[in-house]
Structure formats: structure tokens, C-alpha cells
Design a protein around this ligand. Structure first.
Ligand SMILES: NC(=O)c1ccc[n+]([C@@H]2O[C@H](COP(=O)([O-])OP(=O)(O)OC[C@H]3O[C@@H](n4cnc5c(N)ncnc54)[C@H](O)[C@@H]3O)[C@@H](O)[C@H]2O)c1
Length: 331
């Protein structure tokens, strides 16, 4: 028997760092095609600079892609199955809800929204529309974090005694379209914008914590630019650091160090060997992980959901909402 799988058509809204990143990843996914791009500033289609992770698409040839500078006009014109929202965070709820109302499935970048009430409106809209809504909590798909989750679930190295997560990057430069990151009312500062990744991962790995608190620092401008966070669990110590206060010369860095009873797992983007396991007995080794980056893996997962294919329960929009709630409880 032969099945014909219809290509799913994708529209990207917001063509800054993440829009371009998603564009490159969609190109690697057979069964989906970007047919429309919308950015309020069309010069962005030719801006190939920036980003904290290599891999953003560098093309400026958009032959066959409908280009819009207004999301309302794009939704009215239609011609796509799903909208990929890679806009500044304050715009996530309204655009996601409008796209769902227009009958589209929605993939929305993290954080889902700036407050829990807006997340709840998005959840209500996806239910009303009967369309998929997924949020880009990409760590759940990032190879080393996928391996860590498998290591914990397998029990191979016993229980987790302690875990520490870190994520830091120099302060947003505010250049080009990036001014909104420096306004905490728009980005949520480094806690909501960056720590949301590790907060979501902590929930995914260990379940909801019994409590959480943070010590924070604010830049002279008032922007929350550094925090140290503790998550309360009865049987383990879980901590995290997030920073927008590191020097430009250090650049982006993400890491975890997880102490099991029988081994220590270490991931650090700045190490020569980024991911290592050090067993209590036996030789340290670098576990084999998927070569597929987390952005591509999360978009493939979304596509499977859109197609109604059975997916392993890795991530729901409700999880993304709960991560926002957890981070909002910190400061
Ligand atoms: N998952 C990750 O690892 C990751 C990494 C970086 C950013 N993000 C998230 O992705 C989102 C976008 O961040 P970014 O770094 O790409 O920002 P950006 O400023 O680089 O890009 C935003 C784009 O949206 C466009 N835009 C603004 N208002 C618009 C409107 N009304 N209509 C159409 N276009 C509009 C801007 O012109 C710009 O091109 C944010 O929510 C951010 O937190 C996620």
C-alpha cells in the first residue's frame, strides 16, 4: 500500500534570530515547507548577523515564499497549515491566538508569554480551535539533555543526589531589533527569557519542586541580569544560575552537572569534550548523542503532532505554561 503524505505548509512570523534559525531547520525537515514569512521590518530578510548558537540560515533568496510585513494580512491571505511564532515575547499571545482563530496550528517560541494569565488564554484558544499549540522549550529535545533524562529514568547510576544547571550570555546589546530584550517588561529579564529553559528542564527531570527561591542582581539600568535559584526537593539539592552579566569575551555558555549515587554527568558548552560521564567505577566516557539539534527535533515533534501521529509524551503547551508559572514565582 502506498500513502501520499501531504506537505505541511508553514508560515514564520518574526524573522529575527529565531525566525532565521527556524527557517534553516524547517528546510531540513521533509514533509514541511515554509511558504510565507512575515516581519514588520522587511530589512530583516537580509540581516544574516547575530545569535548565540551557530546554525541560523544565511540565505536571502526567498523565491516561492510569500513575504508580508503585517501578520493580519498574512493570516487573511492564508495558504498554510501552521504558524511558527518567533516574535518578541510580548507579541506571542495575541499572534498565537489570532493564528489559532484563523484555523492554523501554532508553534510559539519560549517563553510562552510574560504572565500566566496570557498562557491560560493561549491554552483556551487552542482548545476552542481544536488545533495544536506547542511552545519551544527546546531543552527537552536537546541531545545532551535528552541523554540526561534517559540516564535518570533508567536508574543506571542510582538516584540523583544533586544537580546544578547554568546558562549565561553577555547582556543583550540592544542593537537592531534587539532593544526589547533590555526592557524587562518585554523580555522578563534573564530569569524569564533564559532561565525558563532550565526551569522547564528541572520540572521535566524531577517533577514540580516543593518550593523555589532566588537571589537576584539588577544592573544599574534596573534590568534583572543575574540570579541564583534553589529548587526544593526532599531527597536532592537542585540549583541553577542564570546570567546576562558575563563579559562579551566569554560569550554564551550552558552547562549542567548532575551527581548521581554512581556517577557524575557533566555538560558544558565551553569544554573541549562537551558531554562526559564520570562513573564511580570504570573509566570516564563521552556518551553518544544525536547529532540533530534541539530546534530541529522540536519542530519535527510539532509536525508529528500536527499530522496526528502518536508522539512520545515529551512536551505540551501546558508544560510551557507551568514553566512560566514556576519562573514567575521566583522574583
Ligand atoms: N529557544 C531559544 O533558544 C531562543 C533563543 C533566542 C530567542 N528565543 C525567543 O524567540 C523570540 C524571538 O527572539 P529573537 O532573538 O529572534 O528576537 P529578534 O528581535 O531577533 O527577532 C524578532 C523579529 O520580530 C520582528 N517583529 C517585531 N514586531 C513585529 C510585528 N508586530 N510583526 C511582525 N514582525 C515583528 C522584528 O522585526 C524581528 O525581526 C523571543 O521570544 C525569544 O525569547 C528563543
Amino acid at each position: 500500500m502506498c500513502y501520499i503524505i501531504r506537505m505541511k505548509k508553514i508560515a514564520i512570523v518574526g524573522f529575527g534570530f529565531m525566525g532565521r534559525m527556524h527557517y534553516g531547520n524547517w528546510k531540513r525537515i521533509s514533509g514541511a515547507k515554509v511558504v510565507a514569512i512575515c516581519d514588520a521590518n522587511l530589512a530583516q530578510l537580509h540581516n544574516v548577523s547575530g545569535g548565540n548558537i551557530a546554525g541560523a540560515d544565511a540565505s536571502t533568496d526567498f523565491t516561492g515564499v510569500a513575504i508580508y510585513d503585517d501578520v493580519g494580512k498574512m493570516l487573511a491571505a492564508g495558504g498554510f497549515d501552521a504558524v511558527d511564532v518567533t516574535l518578541p515575547t510580548p507579541l506571542h499571545p495575541e499572534v498565537a491566538i489570532a493564528a489559532l482563530k484563523a484555523g492554523c496550528h501554532v508553534f510559539c517560541e519560549k517563553p510562552m508569554a510574560l504572565d500566566v494569565a496570557s498562557c491560560d488564554r493561549m491554552l483556551a484558544a487552542t482548545k476552542r480551535a481544536g488545533k495544536v499549540l506547542l511552545v519551544g522549550q527546546c531543552l527537552r529535545f536537546w541531545p545532551e539533555y535528552v541523554a540526561l533524562k534517559a540516564m535518570i529514568d533508567s536508574g543506571k547510576y542510582g538516584k540523583v543526589v544533586a544537580a546544578d544547571f547554568s546558562r549565561s550570555t553577555p547582556p543583550p546589546d540592544g542593537k537592531g531589533t534587539h532593544g526589547w530584550f533590555l526592557d524587562e517588561k518585554k523580555s522578563g529579564g534573564c530569569l524569564l527569557d533564559m532561565h525558563i529553559h532550565d526551569a522547564d528542564m528541572v520540572r521535566f527531570l524531577f517533577g514540580p519542586p516543593k518550593g523555589a527561591d532566588a537571589v537576584t542582581h539588577r544592573h544599574a539600568s534596573g534590568l534583572l541580569d543575574h540570579a541564583q535559584i534553589r529548587y526544593a526537593y526532599p531527597d536532592k539539592v537542585v540549583t541553577a544560575t542564570v546570567s546576562w552579566a558575563v563579559s562579551k569575551t566569554l560569550g554564551f555558555e550552558a552547562s549542567f552537572r548532575v551527581m548521581f549515587e554512581g556517577a557524575t554527568a557533566v555538560f558544558d558548552t565551553k569544554r573541549a569534550e562537551t558531554f562526559m560521564v564520570y562513573p564511580q567505577k570504570g573509566k570516564p566516557f563521552a556518551p553518544k548523542v544525536s547529532a540533530r539539534n534541539g530546534y530541529e527535533a522540536e519542530l519535527r515533534y510539532f509536525l508529528d503532532m500536527v499530522r496526528g501521529r502518536p508522539v512520545k509524551p515529551v512536551l505540551t503547551a501546558r508544560d510551557a505554561r507551568d514553566a512560566v508559572a514556576l519562573v514567575k514565582s521566583l522574583a
